[in-house]
Design a protein around this ligand. Sequence first.
Ligand SMILES: C[S@@+](CC[C@H](N)C(=O)[O-])C[C@H]1O[C@@H](n2cnc3c(N)ncnc32)[C@H](O)[C@@H]1O
Length: 252
Amino acid sequence: MYIPDYKDNPEAYEIEERSRPDEMLMLTTAGEIAVNILNTTHNANVLDLCCGTGLSLECIINHPSVSFIVGIDISNPYLEFAKKKYSKYKPQPVFIAGDAVTEPLPCDKWDLIILASAYHHIEDERKVKFLERVRDLLKDSGFAVIAENILPEYKEGDAEDYARAVKQFYAEVLTTAKQKNPNLHIYVEKLIQRVAQYGCDGDYEYKVSLPIFLRDLAKAGLRVVQQKRVWPEDSEKLSSNSGNFVLQICKE
Ligand SMILES: C[S@@+](CC[C@H](N)C(=O)[O-])C[C@H]1O[C@@H](n2cnc3c(N)ncnc32)[C@H](O)[C@@H]1O
């Protein structure tokens, strides 16, 4: 069965994301927390790691406290899309093509770092290194806002149990999307299935459970200031430690 792909296809990615109430709620909440941080910061340097098509910048792009914005992503097609989207904005975001774990950046310290669905795109072996970089890049007074899809718990190292957790998560994603839009197009449904497929294949998507995520944050010397579970609204749908989370983070 043909399953369309959204990887490096910015139009397909944006359709998939905007059709998912779970993702939109997560991005909106991350945006609200970012705005609160910016409300008490002047001349803020903002870094969006794994910025993709720039969806995660939409809530803050017009904030008067922002003086410099950089987005970094490994996908040139996504970055070209983001550049066009923000071509008329001031300050104009600077988009850098590269690996978010290693690519040099134009500034050493940042007031606000956004990681929206970024951590789960970094391979498991590099996740702590990635978060350590976030800690090193934060000003002492700075914050990171992390938006993450958190899987139901699974047996670590058990591929079959991991695939079960991924499928359970995306069955719920699809249910929510269809509740909001009973006429959800089959193309969009398949795009959502593609995300789950990447997860099960252990390719491009490397989501984890909450204990693993919190363990990685602690290993990297990052402290959780606030943690919100924004989806699903009904806690019976997925266990209460899985779903979409938004966290405000600072240096330990
Ligand atoms: C799910 S998208 C999130 C995009 C955006 N932050 C958002 O919320 O819509 C994940 C992004 O991570 C990027 N990516 C994957 N691995 C990366 C890496 N090692 N360095 C930088 N970007 C990476 C992908 O190209 C993709 O744009």
